[in-house]
Design a protein around this ligand. Structure first.
Ligand SMILES: CC(C)(COP(=O)(O)OP(=O)(O)OC[C@H]1O[C@@H](n2cnc3c(N)ncnc32)[C@H](O)[C@@H]1OP(=O)(O)O)[C@@H](O)C(=O)NCCC(=O)NCCS
Length: 188
């Protein structure tokens, strides 16, 4: 698919009876995102995190960047929300579209209050299905810090294959870490 086709329209995804993946709502969501981004220990393995935001204005910029990235055909960002309360639980995205839009990177994070309930496993399953079936991707991939066991479990439970271990290639705010590459093909 062309970038224009992929990013023609934002599609929300219903994951199950409790969870929806929807477009970010800047005014409504910013305080909850601020809370999540302020948990530096939870976010320490999230690529590109850096440090906690100093104020709400910085979070609003992050949210605006997400919206711009969709409009500029670069990233497909979903806010993970509770279907009943519409509260933000986290974020999941497809980015780094490459090889004529046949491959994309998956990334995600969740408010630590909701960890270990299977939520990201279910959200990943839904986004992978969307990526393969609607966006016609051939390959979905990601890089994980080796100590990030929870993220590796999410990928393994979704049938991703561990494809390699790269040394000192994962830039976090305390320097370069190793990373484990995971991939899943449409045909897997
Ligand atoms: C990674 C993350 C998204 C996982 O979300 P989640 O909804 O808690 O994931 P799930 O509940 O679907 O699955 C987590 C699995 O990891 C397991 N797990 C979690 N911590 C673990 C640990 N320290 N040791 C062993 N297993 C662990 C859980 O038991 C579960 O596996 P199981 O179903 O086989 O029991 C969440 O921890 C997070 O947001 N982390 C911070 C951001 C981040 O690291 N993002 C990914 C960057 S690559």
């Amino acid at each position: 698919m062309t970038s224009k086709e992929i990013f023609a329209e934002f599609y929300p995804i219903i994951v199950d009876e409790n969870i929806i993946l929807r477009q970010v709502k800047p005014e409504q969501d910013c305080e909850k995102y601020f809370e999540i981004y302020s948990d530096a220990d939870a976010m320490k393995y999230y690529l590109g995190y850096g440090k906690p935001p100093a104020n709400l204005e910085q979070v609003k910029k992050i949210i605006q960047n997400q919206i711009n990235a969709f409009e500029k055909y670069r990233e497909y960002n979903w806010t993970i929300a509770d279907r009943n309360t519409d509260e933000v639980l986290g974020r999941i995205l497809l980015s780094d579209f490459q090889n004529n839009n046949t491959a994309a990177n998956i990334g995600y994070f969740l408010d630590r209050k909701y960890w270990n309930k299977g939520i990201m496993t279910a959200c990943t399953e839904a986004v992978v299905k969307f990526g393969f079936e609607q966006l016609k991707l051939e390959r979905i991939f990601t890089s994980v810090e080796p100590n990030n066991i929870a993220s590796q479990r999410v990928l393994e439970k979704n049938g991703f294959t561990k494809e390699g271990h790269l040394r000192h290639c994962f830039p976090l705010n305390n320097g370069l870490h190793d990373c484990v590459i995971y991939g899943k093909l449409y045909t897997d």
